[in-house]
Design a protein around this ligand. Structure first.
Ligand code: BES
Ligand code: MN
Ligand code: ZN
Length: 492
């Protein structure tokens, strides 16, 4: 699908569908400059939130159809609302089985054309997403929109808008790859499947790739990963993907939990809803999506992606509650629950990251049900050991429309995970999201931030651009974060 930007007068924009957004204070006939007088009377469109009206004006305009869509109050119109509006327009065009659509680009107050075009392009690309790979005979339903035009007032804006739209499409591509990987069932998206995806990303963008198999993981001393993966027939993998375009500056390391299926192991989960645990690799999926976009944007920065990947299954060889592990860092961990497996594989990845002497490490993981209790599906939990880095990640998330909210890592939470038999234990209640964060903190001795995405990486249908299933969160947050670092030369 192509997203283009061009100047056109409202009545001259030729398209099978022209969408026009209206703020609450605008009267439709006036804003449309008479273009729809023959198709709309004063009260047909009142501008309620999310209201749309599809009109077939006879001769007044070049477009075959006119879609009015409300933008709400002018002062509270944001990039996030624009993303959702653009998604609604593109989905409406597809449901009408059109090949093309156009949308007069509304620019939020205080924003610029480039950022507005970026947000609109993200909304279009994310909104049209569907995961149909395993549906046979989808036929006519599989029709896709081919082109989406952002209509501008001023031809001088074309370059900035085109550039914004291009960047938006690439940001969206990170989330779309993450969605595709996470939506795949665990019999397809195995640790080796993720490794193969990483190899293809490396090949496309000239990155360095290292994949450790079970033997390599054991030799490297990644005990947490080796232990969680011990009873699975689909072998674990440790994926290391390096993008080196920032000279000899210290790299940023991004880490993603990739448990391709989390049954809980011996501390087995209840059957109801267990199918959702195919999404327990959402963090790793996002990290791979990010690297694909880091490659297409060719960001002038050094980035290392670490993706520990395994299944968590019960079996005769499985690890058990009460077991003690000596982790990659040398710390010992007492297993309270084999279902607290994510922090075990992440701890080893965080410890592995030390060799890069990173300027910052950000991990993302579908880590705790407790984080969903705290924040629901509307924000990721954000923790860490560096206030500036936490603020930087929070801002990146806000910009991306992927909210992350800071949660505390007080020393008392570290107290809670003190071990009886070993240094620390892998589970402690209450405050499960924070004791998990406190556990990870034990392995991070550099500026570090942690995103608990249990409530945001997948779910029921959210807004116009987040379908049921995988959301791709926090791929765009991390790309934005890295774009910020590349721009500020913090890494160069
Ligand atoms: N993958 C789960 C967390 C999760 C739960 C993600 C629901 C998404 C939706 C994680 O491995 C887990 O099982 N966490 C346990 C930890 C507990 C045993 C300390 C949890 O949250 O219950
Ligand atoms: Mn678990
Ligand atoms: Zn898990």
């Amino acid at each position: 699908m192509r997203i283009r930007a061009r100047k056109a007068a409202l009545n001259e924009a030729a398209s099978p569908l022209l969408a026009v957004g209206l703020y609450r204070d605008e009267s439709a006939p006036a804003a449309l400059n008479g273009a729809a007088d023959d198709a709309l009377s004063d009260n047909d469109f009142s501008g309620k939130p999310d209201e749309t009206a599809l009109l077939y004006p006879k001769d007044a305009i070049s477009a075959e159809r006119l879609l009015l869509i409300s933008l709400g109050d002018r002062a509270s119109f944001t990039h996030e609302k624009l993303r959702r509006t653009a998604a609604t327009v593109s989905r409406k065009a597809r449901s009408l089985k059109l090949d093309e659509a156009a949308f007069t680009l509304p620019v939020p107050e205080g924003s610029d054309i480039e950022e507005a075009a970026l947000a609109a392009a993200e909304g279009v690309a994310l909104g049209l997403y569907r995961f149909t790979r395993h549906k046979t005979g989808s036929g006519e339903d599989a029709r896709e929109l081919e082109a989406f035009d952002l209509i501008l007032d001023d031809p001088a804006d074309e370059e900035a808008a085109s550039h914004g739209a291009e960047t938006g499409a690439r940001l969206a591509a990170a989330a779309l790859l993450a969605r595709d990987l996470a939506n795949e069932p665990s019999n397809v998206a195995t640790p080796e499947y993720l490794a193969q995806t990483a190899r293809e990303i490396a090949e496309r963008h000239g990155m360095t790739i290292t994949v450790l198999d079970r033997a390599g993981i054991e030799t490297e001393g990644l005990t947490g990963l080796a232990t969680v993966g011990r009873s699975a027939i689909n072998e674990p993998r440790f994926i290391v993907l390096e993008h080196r375009k920032g000279g000899d500056a210290a790299p940023v390391v991004i880490v993603g939990k990739a448990v391709t299926f989390d049954s809980g192991g011996i501390s087995i989960k209840p059957a109801g809803g267990m199918e959702d645990m195919k999404f327990d690799m959402g963090g790793g999926a996002a990290v791979l999506g990010v690297m694909e976009t880091v490659g297409t944007l060719d960001l002038p920065i050094n980035v290392v992606a670490l993706v520990p990947s395994t299944e968590n299954l019960p079996g005769g060889g499985a690890f058990k509650p009460g077991d003690v592990l000596e982790m990659h860092s040398g710390k010992t961990v007492e297993i309270i629950s084999t279902d607290a497996e994510g922090r075990l594989i992440l701890a080893d990845a965080l410890s592995y990251a030390r060799r890069y002497e990173p300027s910052a490490v950000v991990d993302c993981a579908t880590l705790t049900g407790a984080c969903i209790v705290a924040l629901g599906n509307h924000a990721s939990g954000l923790m860490g050991n560096d206030e500036d880095l936490i603020a930087e990640v929070q801002t990146a998330g806000e910009t991306a429309g992927e909210r992350a909210w800071p949660l505390p890592l007080f020393d008392e939470y570290t107290e809670q995970i003190k071990g009886d038999t070993a240094d620390i234990k892998n589970s402690a209640r209450p405050a499960g999201a924070l004791t998990a964060g406190a556990f990870l903190k034990e392995f991070a001795d550099y500026p570090w931030a942690h995103l608990d995405i249990a409530g945001t990486a997948f779910g029921k249908k959210g807004n116009a651009y987040t379908p049921k299933g995988a959301t791709g969160n926090p791929a765009r947050t991390l790309v934005r974060f890295l774009m910020g670092r590349a721009e500020n030369g913090e890494d160069a």
